[in-house]
Structure formats: structure tokens, C-alpha cells
Design a protein around this ligand. Structure first.
Ligand SMILES: CC(C)(COP(=O)(O)OP(=O)(O)OC[C@H]1O[C@@H](n2cnc3c(N)ncnc32)[C@H](O)[C@@H]1OP(=O)(O)O)[C@@H](O)C(=O)NCCC(=O)NCCS
Length: 156
């Protein structure tokens, strides 16, 4: 598996990934995404550093990881093509990404029903810090995990 920065050529694979219903149901915003909206979002996102693509050595697209800065938080998100799930790629790729970035705290918001994701982030030593309701609709709960990156721990 290789990890590299996202590039313009990744627009289609990332769209197909985000449009996948199994991903939409696990995301904060579950509504269907139009390609034009993805295009605008994608072209803006790749200007930032922390947008990573995971792929096989032969170039097959595995998924994406992003660490977005929002409201003073570094929010990590991950999505893998269905065929590549539950094979250790999530664990391995996030571990590698955390070595590539310098942020002290990384936060993951996960639906409490997303067992695979919760197990993954626990295994990565993220700790549950709070549970909140989503946007006032009271239907979906998200769990917050935090991690102090190894680099920063070592420099203390
Ligand atoms: C969540 C996701 C990133 C996990 O990555 P992954 O590569 O499938 O996970 P891994 O194979 O590295 O496994 C990590 C842990 O999760 C567990 N796990 C993986 N898939 C699971 C599933 N479907 N049900 C229960 N546990 C699961 C693994 O057993 C492992 O735990 P263990 O070592 O204690 O057994 C991936 O399944 C995915 O892309 N899902 C859809 C999108 C999504 O939910 N993104 C996260 C939003 S916060």
C-alpha cells in the first residue's frame, strides 16, 4: 500500500467513494452528493496539505484520509472502498498518516453505530472524550476521540 497527497486525477475515484451509500450512511451528511458539488469541494481541498490517497502498489484506489482544520480542531476522516475494508488497511494507513503530520491533537467524530470505525480508532489509542447530538436533530450521536501524536509525546 502507498500513501500520497491527493492530486487532480483523484477526483473521480474520490467521488465514487463518497457517493457510495455505505459511506454516506456513516458520514455526518448523509445526503447524495452531486458531481458538480464534489468538483468544487475537491478542487478546494487539494490545495491543502492533509488530503491523502491510499492505493495499491499497482495503482488500484483503496481510499482516502483527510485531516481537516475546523474550529481549532484537526479532524480526521477516512473512507475505504468496500472491497478493501476489514483487511487492516484502515489501521495501517492512519498510523502512517499520523507520522506525516505535526498536529498535537487529532479528533475523530464517529457515529456511535459505526462499530468498525470505533474499533479502529480505539486500536489506534484514540480515547472517547464526549458524545454529542448531531445538529439538533437528535437522531445521530457522534463520539469524539483524541490522540496526542507520538512525535509530540517524544519531544516533551
Ligand atoms: C471504518 C473503516 C475506515 C475501518 O477501516 P478497516 O480497514 O476496515 O479496519 P481494519 O481492518 O484496520 O480494522 C480495524 C478494527 O476494526 C474492526 N473492524 C473492521 N471492520 C469491521 C466491521 N465491519 N465490523 C466490526 N469490526 C470491524 C477490525 O476487526 C479491527 O479491530 P480488531 O483488531 O480489534 O479486530 C472502513 O471500514 C471504512 O472505510 N468504512 C466506511 C467509511 C467509514 O465508516 N468511515 C469512518 C467514518 S468516521
Amino acid at each position: 500500500m502507498k500513501i500520497r497527497k491527493a492530486e487532480p486525477r483523484d477526483i473521480k475515484n474520490t467521488y465514487l467513494l463518497f457517493a457510495d451509500q455505505t459511506i454516506r450512511l456513516k458520514s455526518k451528511k448523509s445526503a447524495i452528493i452531486k458531481f458538480e458539488d464534489h468538483e468544487t469541494w475537491f478542487n478546494e481541498r487539494i490545495l491543502y496539505d492533509n488530503f491523502f490517497i491510499l492505493e495499491e502498489e499497482h495503482g488500484d484506489f483503496i481510499g482516502q484520509i483527510r485531516i481537516d482544520k475546523k474550529n481549532n480542531e484537526n479532524i480526521i476522516s477516512i473512507g475505504l472502498v468496500e472491497h478493501y475494508r476489514n483487511k487492516g488497511y484502515g489501521f495501517k494507513s492512519i498510523k502512517e498518516c499520523l507520522q506525516l503530520i505535526n498536529e498535537v491533537e487529532i479528533v475523530a467524530y464517529i457515529k456511535s453505530s459505526n462499530v468498525a470505525s470505533i474499533r479502529l480508532f480505539r486500536k489506534l489509542n484514540f480515547v472517547k472524550t464526549s458524545v454529542s447530538e448531531r445538529g439538533g436533530d437528535g437522531l445521530e450521536r457522534h463520539v469524539l476521540f483524541r490522540k496526542i501524536s507520538q512525535k509530540c509525546k517524544e519531544s516533551r
